[in-house]
Design a protein around this ligand. Structure first.
Ligand code: FEO
Length: 164
C-alpha cells in the first residue's frame, strides 16, 4: 500500500518515462533523416529501454493495488540540430530525469515508504549509467568535430548497440 501522494508522483514519473521513450523515438527518426543510421539504431534501442522503465513503474503500481491513471504524453520535438546537439539534448533530458528521481526518493524516505524507495534506487543507479554512456558519446563527437571519417566511425559504433 502506498500513499495517495506517492501514487500521484509515480503516475507522473510513469508519464515522464513514456515521454522519454517518445523523445528517443523522435531523436531516432531525426537521425535516420540525417542518414546517421547507427545513431538512429542506438536511440531506437533507448526508446525500447525507456518503455521498459515505464513498464517497471506500471507493474509496481499494479502490485501496490493502484488504479493507474494514464496521462497524455506531450509531443516531442522533431528536429534536434547537429548530431552533437542530439546527444546534448539527451544528456540534458537525463539530468532532468535524475533530478526528478532524486526528488521522488526524498519523498519516499520522508514517508518511510521503503518499498517505493527500493524501486526508485534501481532507477537512480540506472541514471548514473545512462548519463555516463551519453557523456562518453558526447566526448567522442566533440573530439572528431566535423571530420566525416570520425563521424562515420562513431556512427558505426553506435550501430553496433544491442539490447542487453
Ligand atoms: Fe528512464 Fe533514461 O531513464
Amino acid at each position: 500500500m502506498i500513499s495517495d501522494a506517492m501514487e500521484k508522483s509515480l503516475f507522473k514519473q510513469l508519464n515522464d518515462e513514456f515521454y522519454s521513450s517518445y523523445l528517443y523515438l523522435a531523436m531516432s527518426a531525426y537521425c535516420n533523416h540525417l542518414d546517421f543510421n547507427g545513431a538512429a539504431n542506438w536511440l531506437k534501442l533507448q526508446y525500447e529501454e525507456e518503455q521498459g522503465h515505464a513498464t517497471r513503474i506500471y507493474n509496481y503500481l499494479i502490485e501496490q493495488g493502484a488504479h493507474v491513471e494514464l496521462q497524455a504524453i506531450p509531443q516531442p520535438p522533431s528536429s534536434f540540430g547537429t548530431i552533437l546537439e542530439v546527444f546534448n539534448s539527451s544528456l540534458h533530458h537525463e539530468q532532468k530525469m535524475t533530478e526528478k528521481l532524486n526528488n521522488l526518493s526524498d519523498q519516499a524516505l520522508k514517508e518511510k515508504d521503503h518499498a517505493t524507495y527500493n524501486l526508485l534506487q534501481w532507477f537512480v543507479n540506472e541514471q548514473v549509467e545512462e548519463e555516463s554512456t551519453v557523456g562518453d558519446i558526447i566526448s567522442k563527437l566533440k573530439l572528431v568535430k566535423e571530420d566525416g571519417y570520425g563521424l562515420l566511425m562513431i556512427d558505426n559504433e553506435l550501430g553496433n548497440r544491442t539490447l542487453v
